[in-house]
Design a protein around this ligand. Structure first.
Ligand code: HEM
Ligand SMILES: *[C@@H]1O[C@H](CO)[C@@H](O)[C@H](O)[C@H]1NC(C)=O
Ligand SMILES: *[C@@H]1O[C@H](CO)[C@@H](O)[C@H](O)[C@H]1NC(C)=O
Ligand SMILES: *[C@@H]1O[C@H](CO)[C@@H](O)[C@H](O)[C@H]1NC(C)=O
Length: 627
């Protein structure tokens, strides 16, 4: 998952490449005394890093241009003239200076290839694989365990959210997935729909209070959801507010109730008021993780090799300790929930005279769920206790616990971000917004909610959600590595460097990393023509034949990827987004603020910010009024 910001990735890349490359230039020896270590440590650390960095950059450069022995030597690469800066930054300076995804998109076009390899930090190869056949191959059941997440991503995630399905690989992942899957099946999600509606109405109630309370330009922000500039841009009954702020509270409340039957109550909270302990811990955890200082990142990497650096990192970085504390406090609350649930399940089993020796048979499920809880955790624990699961595959309390922070991380900001972009696109396409609103009003006519199937019968709602997820997928890109040497097929062959013929396969050597550029996959002009980058939901009413039907991408989109490592929550997310969209457009009109340009900005997910208001941080300010 793209969890790191550009600059963090840059620093991690820098440090990682300095350390994982062959130790050609430097040998490290133990020092003699503790005193000497303390004095020399900073000096040595800096010298070490500088030497490693230079050696590595040179090594990559020489390997590519002199020995022609780079692992991706033959893959088309962007042409750029050489400057000394490029040795250290590669093509990344171009990426950092541009709007997300723009240089990559241009390279793909210029090179007329579906795989390219640009130069990353320290001139290391960065392979981008955007070929549909290659992607289906990499994600397929047969192959996907041979393309795990990178070691670095796994370590970072493990520290942030602990173990759990996101970090697990191989057999451990298979076992966890067996226990988790039933909780995300269509029938399980159908039961959650009333929870989505309930929270969607809470959101429109609260937003309504803000809309009705806005009288003229206010000099002071009404809540944390407004910057001063937004308050100044507000007019009576039409406030400007950061819609992501609201949505991220709503999606947190939703995952609380739908995930664990806990009322986080963040939407009902006044600004600054303390909320549910678990929600608070989680939010602080995410805040802390995106605030890593560059030094602590470098020490983190060094610490993997030399433990004294890890010790130093803990000392200089109070955040590390804070994060560990937060994770522990979150787990404590979660453990209470797990214990309470187990008692609930066992009690229901006993009341119904079910479950000899504490295990459920599949046929007992329906009885036990009748009138009982529908949340994901409950379903998961029931599956774990059912006799259909092999004893060796049962999850311990710790395993189950770990999933809770996993769901919070995977299911909260992603959906809030997706929703924010949906409203952004509708705010810029008022005709489409009116069509969606008319469709919703027609189908709802007097009712205040629709069922799962009822919701999915609305074509414009469906098309708008897909189109937005196509154009701005919340997860921008993923990194994977090859566990063993792998040859992957390509649907579009690329030309050989010497011009003699083409290659229709790609070798990824063992241990090499590559990028799946999710954001670029579904905006191909080859498939969609010149308006591939335009917001045009109508295109979904008439899909081109190239849109892959063979491989099981949810919604025909790469947004949730697919296969064994695909998003387990895609159905949950899509129906949640639809409910929020339907409720929001039936009450409010959304407009853009004249003269404010919004651009995507990678933080944990593809957030947004206003050009010229970068200091305010990520935000999606829209003008809201009652319809
Ligand atoms: C629009 C919203 C969402 C998007 C775009 C999204 C996208 C993704 C993507 C791209 C992955 C693959 C990550 C990787 O392998 O590195 C993923 C994994 C995952 N997602 Fe989502 N997700 C969304 C919502 C949710 C929700 C609501 C939940 C849970 C309630 C959820 C739970 C998970 C879990 C548990 C995984 C790990 C699955 C595994 O590794 O087997 N996601 N998601
Ligand atoms: C791009 O490559 C394809 C084959 O891979 C070829 O058919 C097409 O003509 C090329 N387009 C351009 C503009 O060179
Ligand atoms: C999205 O990308 C995937 C992977 O390349 C492809 O199979 C699918 O057909 C694409 N869908 C659309 C709508 O472009
Ligand atoms: C999973 O099931 C086993 C066997 O019934 C049980 O011992 C274990 O405590 C369960 N795990 C959880 C978290 O309920």
């Amino acid at each position: 998952m793209a969890l790191l910001s550009d600059s963090q990735r840059y620093l991690l890349g820098l440090a990682q490449h300095a350390l994982t490359m062959p130790r050609m230039c430097i040998q490290h020896r133990p020092f003699l005394t503790t005193g000497a270590v303390l004095v020399l440590l900073p000096v040595v650390a800096i010298a070490y890093v500088i030497a490693r960095v230079s050696c590595t950059a040179l090594y990559h450069f020489v390997r590519l241009h002199v020995f022609h022995a780079d692992p991706f030597q033959h893959v088309p690469r962007p042409k750029s003239s050489f400057t000394p800066g490029r040795l250290f930054l590669g093509d990344t300076s171009e990426i950092h200076g541009a709007v997300m995804g723009v240089p990559q998109r241009r390279w793909f076009k210029e090179l007329n290839s579906s795989v390219i390899c640009y130069r990353g930090e320290l001139y290391g190869p960065r392979l981008l694989v955007a070929d549909p056949l290659a992607i289906s191959h990499i994600l397929s059941s047969a192959q996907s365990y041979d393309f795990p997440k990178t070691v670095l991503d796994r370590e970072f995630l493990a520290r942030l959210i602990g173990p759990g399905i996101i970090v697990a690989e191989g057999d451990a992942h298979k076992a966890q997935k067996k226990v988790l899957s039933p909780a995300f099946s269509t029938s399980a999600i159908k039961d959650l729909v009333p929870i989505f509606w309930k929270h969607a109405r809470r959101l429109t109630d609260k937003l309504g209070e803000m809309v009705d309370g806005t009288e003229g330009r206010t000099q002071e922000a009404m809540s944390l959801s407004q910057t001063e500039l937004a308050a100044k841009a507000s007019i009576t009954g039409k406030p400007v507010t950061d819609i992501t702020w609201w949505l991220s509270r709503t999606t947190l409340d939703i995952i609380g109730e739908a995930g664990f039957d806990e009322d986080f109550g963040t939407m009902a909270m006044k600004d600054g008021q303390a909320g549910h302990e678990m929600a608070e811990s989680f939010n602080s955890l995410i805040g802390a993780s995106s605030n890593f200082s560059p030094l602590s990142i470098i020490l983190f990497i060094l610490g993997r090799y030399i433990s004294v650096f890890e010790y130093a990192r803990r000392q200089i970085n109070p955040q590390t300790k804070a994060m560990e504390k937060l994770l522990a406090s979150m787990n404590r609350v979660a453990l209470d929930i797990v214990h309470r649930k187990r008692e609930q399940i066992i009690r229901t089993m006993e009341e119904n005279g079910l479950g000899a020796n504490g295990k459920l048979r599949k046929s007992d499920w329906e009885d036990v769920s009748a009138g009982s809880k529908v949340d994901i955790l409950h379903q998961m624990m029931k599956t774990n206790m059912s006799s259909d699961v092999k004893d060796s595959n049962r999850l311990s309390d710790d395993d189950i616990l770990a999933q809770i922070s996993n769901f919070l991380l995977a299911g909260h900001e992603t959906t809030a971000t997706a929703m924010s972009w949906i409203l952004f696109y509708l705010a810029g396409n008022l005709e489409v917004q009116d069509k969606v609103r008319a469709e919703v009003q027609e189908h709802m006519s007097g009712r205040n909610e629709l069922s799962y199937d009822g919701i999915n019968a609305l074509p414009w709602v469906d098309a708008v959600v897909r189109e937005s997820l196509r154009l701005t997928p919340p997860v921008f890109s993923l990194q994977r590595e090859a566990r063993v040497d792998k040859v992957i097929p390509l649907s579009k062959p690329y030309p050989r460097e010497d011009g003699k013929g083409t290659f229709d396969k790609l070798l990824i050597p063992k241990g090499m990393e590559f990028i799946i550029p999710i954001e670029l996959l579904n905006t191909s002009e080859d498939v969609w023509g010149p308006d591939a980058l335009a917001f045009r939901p109508q295109r979904w009413f008439n899909l081109p034949t190239e849109v892959n039907n063979d491989f099981d991408f949810p919604l025909h989109l790469a947004t949730f990827i697919a296969g064994p490592r695909g998003c387990i929550g895609s159905r949950f997310a899509v129906i949640e987004a639809k409910v929020l969209l339907m409720q929001l457009v039936s009450v409010f009109r959304f407009e853009r603020v004249l003269g404010w340009t919004i651009e995507p900005k990678l933080s944990l997910v593809t957030r947004s910010r206003v050009v010229g208001q970068e200091k305010a941080g990520p935000q999606m300010p829209l003008r809201i009024s009652r319809v």
